[in-house]
Structures are given as C-alpha cells and as structure tokens.
Design a protein around this ligand. Structure first.
Ligand SMILES: C[S@@+](CC[C@H](N)C(=O)[O-])C[C@H]1O[C@@H](n2cnc3c(N)ncnc32)[C@H](O)[C@@H]1O
Length: 229
C-alpha cells in the first residue's frame, strides 16, 4: 500500500498500539488500513459522514485486508459508531470546530486515547477540551512540504484544565514535544501575529490582543530553543 504522508504518519505514531481504533472522517481510510496491516491495531472502524469517501474507503480496505478487519460506518461523528470501552480515536484533517463537535459525543469519553489533528481553529478545540474534562497530554508537529501540521494526544479525565488565553493558541509548554518542526511552527505563529499587531498599531487600533500572543510566542520560542540546544 502507499506510504502515509508525514501528517498521517505523525498521527499513526501517536496512536501507538491497541485493539480497536476508530477513524472518524476517514476519507480513503489510509490511516486505519496502515494501522491494521502493520499489526498496531487488531481491528478498526473507518467512518465518514459522506458516502463517496466511504465507498472509496471500502474499496481500499477490500483490496488491502481480509474481510472483517476494518468495518466502515456512515456516521456524523461518533453518532452511529459502535465504540467499546478503551478504544482509540483518530479525528484528523478537519477544522477545529468539527473535531470539537466529534469530541462532544458522550462516546468520546470512553476512548483510552484520542489523537486529534485539526487544520484550523486549534484555539476553539483546546477550549472545548479543557472545559469539558479532556487533558491534552502531548502535542507534536511535523512538516510536509511547505506546511507544518500539529497533532495532539488527548485523554478524558473528567477534570477541567485551567488555562491562560495564549495557551488556547499555543498549547501548554509541558505538553509540547520540542522539535525543529515545533520551533518553526511557533516562529510562523509569531511572525503572523507580529504582522497583524504592527498593522493594527499603524492604523491606530487596539493591538493588545495580538501583542499578548506575540509576547507569549516569544517566551515559548526561547523555551523550545533552550530545549533543542
Ligand atoms: C479532509 S478529509 C481528511 C481525511 C483524513 N482523516 C485525513 O486526515 O487525511 C475530511 C473528511 O472528514 C469527513 N467529515 C467531515 N465532517 C465529518 C463528521 N462530522 N463526521 C464524520 N466525517 C466527517 C469528510 O467527509 C472528509 O472525508
């Protein structure tokens, strides 16, 4: 089978091993096929809200694995998915709000581990997680071509996590894996918000929000550079 892209390989690595993995928004099901083919997971459920991708997933699964190893499920999030206690959950390649909506199902609380890879609005997702009893245990980044993607490992503890506003955007220092890709990601964030801050300030507006983000990013960049030395 085709190799996973660096982004999906990061999610693959963070999922580790287990019995059942559920990939919500599986599209072509490359991730669960690789996890089960490699023996990392015994079984998988590949689900998607749209029939087209799910049909493509079913074809790929038939070609790659014996019948029954991976089942497909047409479902909005976890709604129709028959989960089991201690399953692993992957939700990748969607906007942060869509990922948060999948995690708002009661079924998500039964996961041993969820690996989430939001494409946008990470701050909304972190806010949802920290205010709804989920802990983000690690965050990792990887570059793929010109882009840098990040994924987070999450567990349900039932306890909310206190946070500073900048941490919604940057994540928590203690969860962040230090790597050159993560440093680059922080630098890009810093550059984007410094440009916004400067532009607002030039036009006489209130740049305090972006200034706060820039200063927080500077502290995190210093920390990660120190760790990478
Ligand atoms: C951009 S693709 C990402 C595919 C794959 N997970 C990846 O990361 O490469 C997003 C997929 O999520 C599906 N999707 C979006 N919202 C969904 C939802 N609420 N429940 C299930 N699938 C959803 C879309 O139909 C699409 O196939």
């Amino acid at each position: 089978m085709t190799e996973l892209t660096p982004r999906l390989k990061l999610v693959y690595d963070m999922l580790g091993e287990g019995d059942l993995v559920v990939d919500v928004g599986c599209d072509h099901a490359y991730l669960p096929i690789k996890l089960v083919s490699d023996g990392k997971y015994r079984r998988a459920i590949a689900s998607d809200i749209v029939e087209g991708p799910l049909a493509a997933a079913a074809k790929n699964i038939r070609e790659a694995l014996p019948e029954g190893a991976i089942t497909t499920c047409l479902s909005d999030g976890l709604e129709k998915v028959a989960v089991e206690d201690g399953f692993s959950l992957a939700v990748c390649g969607m906007g942060g709000d869509a990922v948060a909506s999948v995690l708002s199902s009661e079924k998500a609380k039964r996961a041993r581990l969820a690996v989430l890879q939001p494409m946008t609005k990470e701050e909304h997702l972190r806010c949802h997680l920290w205010e709804n009893g989920f802990e983000i245990t690690s965050e990792r980044a990887v570059s793929e071509g010109e882009k840098i993607y990040a994924a987070m490992a999450v567990v349900y503890t039932g306890k909310n996590t206190p946070y500073e506003e900048a941490e919604l955007y940057l994540g928590k220092r203690e969860a962040r894996a230090a790597s050159p890709d993560m440093a680059r990601r922080l630098e890009l964030f810093h550059g984007r918000h410094a440009a916004i801050r400067n532009s607002i300030a030039r036009s006489g507006g209130d740049a305090s929000f972006d200034d706060m983000l820039v200063r927080a990013a500077e502290r995190e960049i210093l920390d990660i550079r120190e760790k990478l030395r």
